[in-house]
Design a binder for this molecule. Structure first.
Ligand SMILES: [Fe+2]
Ligand SMILES: [Fe+2]
Length: 136
């Protein structure tokens, strides 16, 4: 991954399972869109909101799919992983309510960045940990 937190690029090491790689690639593309909205000096809250809402909706669909894949791979900790997903969905939905309730660019930008980091952190840390169990 690039050394700058503003750019996320797909690398082969992200490849986990053929059925979810495509969704993870799409996730990274949407993170890049979010980054460009947040880096834009125009501070367009509506544009950022549209991207965030789509990102969250796709994340929910992806989580559901990923849980089914992990279950099919007989990953024992699938229940724990499902709980992590539920926590994340709850966290980002609460954050979206906070995002909606402020017009201060500094505040909604920070909220959007916190949503981004929760999602990226899960992808980089938790998804990998699960797949590594299958690889070995
Ligand atoms: Fe995932
Ligand atoms: Fe996951």
């Amino acid at each position: 991954m690039s050394s700058t937190p503003w750019i996320v690029e797909w690398i082969d090491e992200f490849s986990l399972h053929k059925d979810i790689d495509e969704e993870h690639q799409q996730f990274i593309e949407h993170i890049d869109l979010l980054n460009s909205a947040l880096a834009d000096q125009a501070r367009d809250k509506l544009r950022t909101k549209v991207i965030l809402e789509q990102l969250i909706q796709e994340t929910e669909e992806h989580f559901d799919h990923e849980e089914r894949i992990f279950a099919s791979l007989s990953i024992e900790s699938v229940a724990e992983h499902r709980d992590r997903h539920a926590e994340i969905v709850s966290t980002v939905k609460t954050a979206m309510q906070q995002f909606d309730s402020t017009e201060l660019p500094k505040v909604w930008t920070e909220i959007a960045m916190s949503i981004k980091s929760v999602l990226i952190q899960h992808f980089l840390e938790c998804d990998f940990a699960e797949i590594e169990k299958v690889r070995h």
